[in-house]
Design a protein around this ligand. Sequence first.
Ligand SMILES: N=C(N)NCCCC[C@H](N)C(=O)O
Ligand SMILES: O=C(O)CCC(=O)C(=O)O
Ligand SMILES: [Fe+2]
Length: 329
Amino acid sequence: MFDSIPIIDVGPLVRKKGDEDFREDPEVRNVVHQLDLACRNVGFFYVSGHGIPLELCQAVLDVGHEFFSQPESQKLRIAMSSSTGFRGYQKLGENVTKGLPDQHEAIDYFKEFESTKVALRSENPLVGLNQWPDSVSKFRPLVQEYLEMLIELARTIMRGIALALGGPKDLFEGERAGDPFWILRVIGYPPISNLSCLSNPNGEEVGCGDHTDYGLLTLVNQDLDITALQVKTQDGKYIWVDPIPGTFVVNIGDMLTIWTNGLYQSTLHRVMNNDSKYRVSVPFFYEPNFDARVEPFSFLQDSTAAESKRYTPVVYGDHVINKVLNNFG
Ligand SMILES: N=C(N)NCCCC[C@H](N)C(=O)O
Ligand SMILES: O=C(O)CCC(=O)C(=O)O
Ligand SMILES: [Fe+2]
């Protein structure tokens, strides 16, 4: 049970990640304990002290606003389709959650596959090249710089989570997530009140319907002047996730649920932009290796035991392909 989202200063993890005595360091232990509580009880937390400049986060949101404010014809020049590997721009309502169209537009980026892995091409619908808008000149260099920093930050937080589980600090390296897949979405949410045609026949319009994220860890960078993200508590109530300057909103994904045999559950969340302003958010999704086989850790099975709670193993890539194909029918 929870009614608020904890704030965790991960400064010690970031500063001491190369230290020999990382595991035993009292400041690191303290962060690790907070991560454990947040992952067990909430599945969501804010991260401060991460070292990513606020100006870079803001600049990424700014180019998002600039892109979405363009005429549709301009945006469609980088349109997403099955022939781009589902990478690129999707119009309002194109993404579907639990059968209902989401009231957001977005550009989706996925890690590109190495061209040498030819075998992937024929059977993997996500193979393709990322689509960059040349109409917003700073877009590509900014987003690429941002991506590199977020991959590193997420890897560092996963090292803390590895210790929180009582595992070795490289629990999520190697065959599990040493060559992590990633997804980045630049998302625009018009004010719900502005929507000219309502798509949901039997209820409220949502910017993004109830869902859990697919992989390991999501880091959300969101406009600071609008509250729109909501997290569902165990008793079915939603709580608003107010933006806090200098933080990311972090949540755990489905693969961590399986690896931890349900100890750390991915939490349902949705987006409602009831504000009168247009909202941009940029979630970054840090994922396992594309071909990682994900199954409950044997060292956790005793403590998380009840046989009925055993999670079925999946290959991460199969899970994400399924999700993406469902999102776009
Ligand atoms: N890559 C991630 N996690 N994207 C999350 C999008 C959530 C909505 C999507 N239509 C769904 O139903 O999953
Ligand atoms: O816009 C947000 O704040 C979160 C979006 C989200 O949950 C997602 O894309 O998975
Ligand atoms: Fe999400």
